[in-house]
Ligand binder design. Structure first.
Ligand SMILES: [Zn+2]
Length: 200
C-alpha cells in the first residue's frame, strides 16, 4: 500500500490508515477510491476553503493526553455555517472529531448501518431507538457535503444532502448521520479547547 500514485496527476500517495476508503490528492484534489486493485477516480472537486481550524491534515499531538494524528476531514455546510468531521487516529484506534464553530466533540464509538425510524417523522425532543440504543434527539438538521481532504473513513460525494441528529444516549453525546444509502451513529463526548494539544 505504501508506493502508490494519484491516478489523475501521478503525485505520490501515502495511505496511513488501512480503513481509509477515499484519499483526496493534495496536489490535484481528485477524490480517489481506495480498493485492493489500487486507486479509482471518484471525481475531482475544488479544494476546501481554508478556515481557521484547530488542526490540519497531518497534525499530531494529544487529545485528553492520548496521542493523535489527523488523517483527513469531510466538510459539511448547513444553515448556521459549516462543520468539519475529522478522521483521526487516537492512541492507535480510529476516532472522529467534529469542529463546529469553535465547539469540539470527540467520537470514539461508531455504529455503522444502524436501524432508525423514518427520519422524516423524527422531531427534536423525541426519544427514538437507533439500533438497540435509546436516543434522545436534541436537534435535527440538514447539511450538504462540501468536500473532503486527506484520508477519509467515510465518503459521501460532494453535493449530497445529509440529515443529522444531535442527540444523547446513555450519558454520551451522539451524532446520527443519515444519507439515502447509509446511517451511521457516533457516540462520544464534548471537548474543551484545552483538551487538545497540537505539536508544532
Ligand atoms: Zn492528483
Amino acid at each position: 500500500m505504501s508506493s502508490m500514485n494519484c491516478s489523475s496527476c501521478g503525485a505520490p500517495v501515502e495511505i496511513k490508515n488501512r480503513f481509509s476508503k477515499v484519499f483526496v490528492c493534495g496536489y490535484c484534489s481528485t477524490h480517489l477510491k481506495v480498493s485492493e486493485s489500487g486507486l479509482d477516480i471518484a471525481g475531482k472537486y475544488p479544494k476546501l476553503a481554508e478556515f481557521p481550524s484547530v488542526f490540519q491534515v497531518g497534525s499530531r499531538g494529544t487529545i485528553l493526553g492520548k496521542p493523535f494524528a489527523a488523517l483527513g476531514r469531510m466538510r459539511y455546510k448547513y444553515q448556521g455555517g459549516h462543520y468539519d468531521e475529522w478522521f483521526i487516529e487516537l492512541d492507535g484506534e480510529n476516532a472522529w472529531f467534529t469542529e463546529d464553530e469553535g465547539t469540539f466533540t470527540l467520537y470514539t464509538d461508531l455504529y455503522e448501518a444502524v436501524d432508525i425510524p423514518d427520519i422524516t417523522s423524527i422531531k427534536a425532543g423525541q426519544n427514538i431507538m437507533v439500533g438497540d440504543k435509546k436516543v434522545m434527539v436534541k436537534e435535527k438538521g440538514h447539511a450538504v457535503v462540501e468536500g473532503g481532504e486527506g484520508e477519509l473513513y467515510f465518503y459521501v460525494e460532494p453535493g449530497t444532502e445529509v440529515v443529522y441528529l444531535d442527540a444523547v444516549s446513555e450519558g454520551k453525546k451522539v451524532s446520527v448521520e443519515y444519507t439515502e444509502n447509509e446511517v451511521e451513529m457516533f457516540a462520544g463526548r464534548p471537548l474543551l479547547k484545552r483538551d487538545i494539544v497540537v505539536e508544532g
